[in-house]
Write a protein that binds this ligand. Sequence first.
Ligand SMILES: C[S@@+](CC[C@H](N)C(=O)[O-])C[C@H]1O[C@@H](n2cnc3c(N)ncnc32)[C@H](O)[C@@H]1O
Length: 302
Amino acid sequence: MPTIDPTFKLTWRGNENDMSFIADLMSDALNPPAQAVSLRKAIKDGEPHPTEWLAEAYFPDPPDMLSIKNLFSHVMEKQEPWHEPFFEELQNDDWVKFALGSLGPITAGRFYLHGAHDRETIPLDDKIIPIEIEANQAFGTGHHPTTAGCLMLLDRFAGWAPQNVLDLGCGSAVLAIAATKMWARPITASDIDAKSVEIAEENVHLNGVADKVDIFESEGFDNPALAQKAPFDFVFANILAGPLTQLAPDMAKYIGKNGRVMLAGLMADQETKIVDAYTQNGFRQINRLDHATWPVLLFVKE
Ligand SMILES: C[S@@+](CC[C@H](N)C(=O)[O-])C[C@H]1O[C@@H](n2cnc3c(N)ncnc32)[C@H](O)[C@@H]1O
């Protein structure tokens, strides 16, 4: 992602459902879409508010407020309460850091994701797995519902012991770091984007697992060095519905019999298409986590 200065920011305040709905639309329904969207609990007196959430959307140019209002006045008719968005112009030269850097730590299952500034807040509990991720130019601080959903579903399968794991579309490498810490075994990670690969490398060092995570730049399985590592018996793919559908035949090719694939990044209305694509390619759905309108699906290869 480019560094942009200045940046325009819209903020909404409301309950979790409404705010996650708005955050989804800001990412998907606007043309052009917001360049970054964050969804988080509002902070009151230094503590996360129990019920109030913020949806924040960042734009390189002033957004078209009329079309935003039209879009939301239509879709928000049944959503109460309706709050007018708050609009501001930022003068920060690292907008992604600005957007995400002030977000507090989050807990997803046994995983505790935090920035360097929150190290002292790591709970003193042996069951907690801390992961340090700085807000940066790669996706995956854990604040997006798809990442948190993958971590929550991963947490349920702590007892599994897959031998050959791939985090495809690793972004910050948050899922690879979580999996290598939880399963205590080496993991492969890949991303189509060179900048994300660079940041993923930094994050595995930061988390003390650089010797356990092997990272490749690759579109899907196109990099032969990555394909050579197959067959995988567990693959995470938190990317978008389009690439997930296109990848179904290759997933079938590179995942071994009884191997699992966890898919995220799709929205609820894209689920049938994904389930059909994976079923047609020899997978059977075995689990589903419904998280803030972004389902996470788990399939086994028959
Ligand atoms: C939504 S982010 C997920 C990041 C991280 N895995 C997480 O769960 O937070 C999707 C990532 O997939 C990468 N990506 C998108 N299409 C891809 C493809 N066809 N092959 C590999 N990576 C891809 C993007 O560059 C991006 O870093």
